[in-house]
Design a protein around this ligand. Structure first.
Ligand SMILES: Nc1nc2c(ncn2[C@@H]2O[C@@H]3COP(=O)(O)O[C@H]3[C@H]2O)c(=O)[nH]1
Length: 588
């Protein structure tokens, strides 16, 4: 047996050999059958089928690629409108033409002309539009074509006489009407208007059909043969439609049916009226209900909240603020909680909406410059929208920072001083605040708010939780570093020390700027002031000096005096002038 010096090394080597062997086998297998280990590639089919041939021919023509472009989609809907007008012509006029005596030698040429125009529309649709359309159905892109509904059976009229019966196959194009209706709804801002119109159309069409049946029944029984049938006076269609309205809507006041046929017809009408009409009217109520559903929900929420506040004797001032918040939120965004709507959507849709609405704003935020774009998208998805009323404190100095804010609309003010009367800065839409304490660690109280931030007017904010930010940053270490660095810089620039100086400056306390530290030389002598050895140190130089001014080192050859005192050090004015002149010439 082989000598084993180290069991651990031996085991590791064996493991490596095993893995290498597995890898070699996998590659061997792949070399023999490329599809066995790559199920995502479907093997090519070698045999040509007629369907494949048709697909190849059609693919040579330009097709609408699933309506990626909005203009293309709108153009398609415009075309569908024309097709649906053609369909409506057929569905409304065919029964009338079949029943009422409106095909006269005078009118027939007109009917033929309109029929031809409508048929041309259908032919263009079926032959030119439909084959180029791609519908995604059940995950597959399929091409829809049906030629049956445009076969010109009308030509049989040459043999059997002109009749609308040969146009019945055109009614099979009902799909195009539903297609039009669906697509129109999808682009309308107030789709319920179209739904109400469509349901009204269904009601009118039912009455229209009933009018045709009534005329047919009257003709079958003999016009004016009894009190119940149409008496042949006035405009036939109008009289019959009037009968249908009274009969189907169960208004009553109709002549009593006498014969069995009349009674059966009338009874059927009543039943249809009760079932079909009531369901259509119910549908209409649903459509209108759905359209005002949001408003009803808002009213119910606000009433519930007001009732609750009254029950617990909440002061009027607070109640008014709550009411104002409800009204403003509803007016501003048409819903109380946007996230409720987005939560029901799949992630991909939420991302699309979030990116579309907010990415441009996000991308411009200085704090996030240099961060991963994907990280910004992740952040967009975690944002919550919130509205503050005028004067509300969004952030209070000294509180623990658990959220940061991005201004969506309105303004906030960073305030301080007594009564928070000093406005340090006003931040507008697209600005970020609350990030300083969020980006600092809890060590040394770095996570405390460094200033008060107040809503100036109504303000709409996006809130990002620290928890969410941390969760996101785990996946983006580089962005984490960028943000941490920016956080430290911000803390230096705007943190407690800077904020104090700013506050003092605004208050007018630091008229001459902050007191500089005691110079080194003076410190050697125990410093200035009462306990110190020095009152004032005056040094005269007649040599060169390298000094630092306006962020630059300046080399100056001159005679000058430096006075060092309790209030800091100062150069003689002549020297400062000379230094300034030198600096301006660019001689550094
Ligand atoms: N301290 C300070 N904060 C500011 C200033 N301008 C904007 N702010 C914001 O006010 C916020 C208060 O809370 P944070 O300290 O978390 O983060 C702060 C900054 O985002 C400023 O000049 N000073």
């Amino acid at each position: 047996p082989p000598v084993v010096y180290s069991r651990c090394v031996d085991d590791s080597l064996r493991e490596v050999v095993k893995k290498l062997r597995e890898r070699t086998n996998m590659y061997k297998e792949r070399a023999i059958d490329p599809y066995a280990t790559s199920p995502e590639i479907s093997p090519p089919v070698s045999k040509w089928t007629p369907v494949m041939f048709c697909q190849l021919v059609i693919s040579k023509f330009p097709s609408f690629p699933s309506f990626q472009s909005n203009t293309q989609y709108r153009r398609y809907i415009a075309w569908l409108t024309v097709v649906s007008v053609a369909f409506n012509y057929n569905i409304w006029f065919t029964p009338v033409r079949l029943v009422f005596p409106i095909h006269t030698p005078v009118t027939i040429p007109f009917w033929i002309i309109v029929d031809i125009i409508v048929d041309i529309v259908n032919v263009i649709d079926v032959v030119l539009w439909q084959p180029r359309l791609q519908f995604v159905k059940g995950g597959d892109i399929i091409k829809e074509r049906s030629l049956t509904n445009i076969i010109p059976f009308d030509l049989l009229g040459v043999l059997f006489g002109f009749s609308a019966v040969f146009r019945l196959n055109r009614l099979l194009r009902i799909e195009s009407f539903f297609e039009f209706s669906d697509r129109l709804e999808s682009i309308m801002a107030k789709a319920y208007i179209w739904r109400v119109g469509r349901t009204t159309g269904y009601l009118l069409f039912m009455l229209h059909l009933n009018a045709c049946f009534y005329y047919m029944a009257s003709e079958y029984l003999g016009i004016n043969s009894s009190k119940w049938v149409y008496n042949g006076q006035g405009t036939a269609y109008l009289r019959c439609y009037y009968f249908a309205v009274r009969s189907l809507i169960n208004i009553g006041g109709l002549p009593e049916p006498g014969s069995v046929f009349e009674i059966c017809f009338q009874m059927t009408n009543f039943f249809v009226g009760v079932f079909v009409f009531s369901s259509l009217i119910g549908q209409m109520r649903d459509v209108i209900g759905a359209a005002t559903q949001g408003q009803t929900y808002f009213r119910a929420s606000m009433d519930g909240c007001v009732a609750y506040m009254n029950m617990f004797y909440i002061p009027d001032l607070v109640q008014n603020r709550v009411r104002t918040w409800y009204n403003y939120t509803w007016d501003a965004q048409g819903m109380l909680d946007e996230s409720e709507l987005l939560e029901t959507m799949p992630l991909v849709m939420r991302t699309a909406i979030g990116v579309d609405i907010n990415f441009a704003t996000f991308d411009k935020i200085a704090l996030f410059q240099g961060c991963d774009k994907q990280m910004l998208v992740d952040m967009l998805l975690r944002l919550k929208s919130i509205i503050y009323l005028p004067g509300d404190f969004v952030v209070k100095k000294g509180d623990i920072g658990k959220e940061m804010y991005i201004i969506k609309g309105g303004e906030v003010q960073v305030v301080g001083g007594p009564d928070n009367s000093i406005v340090f800065v006003t931040l507008k839409a697209g600005c970020v605040f609350g990030e300083i304490s969020l980006l600092q660690s809890a060590k040394d109280g770095g996570n405390r708010r460094t200033a008060n931030v107040k809503a100036h007017g109504f303000v709409n904010l996006f809130v990002l939780d620290k928890k969410d930010l941390v969760e996101i940053l785990v996946h983006y270490p580089n962005s984490q570093k960028v943000l941490a660095k920016k956080g430290r810089k911000l803390m230096k620039a705007k943190g407690p020390a800077a904020a104090k100086a700013e506050e003092d400056k605004k208050k007018g306390l630091a008229l001459f700027g902050p007191k500089p530290p005691t110079p080194k030389l003076a410190r050697v002598f125990g410093g200035f002031g009462k306990g110190g050895f020095l009152e004032k140190l005056k040094v005269q130089f007649s040599n060169s000096i390298l000094f630092f001014s306006h962020n630059r080192f300046i080399w100056q050859k001159a005679t000058y005096t430096i006075e060092i005192s309790d209030r800091g050090s100062c150069f003689s004015p002549t020297f400062l002038q000379a230094a300034q002149a030198k600096e301006n010439t660019g001689n550094k």
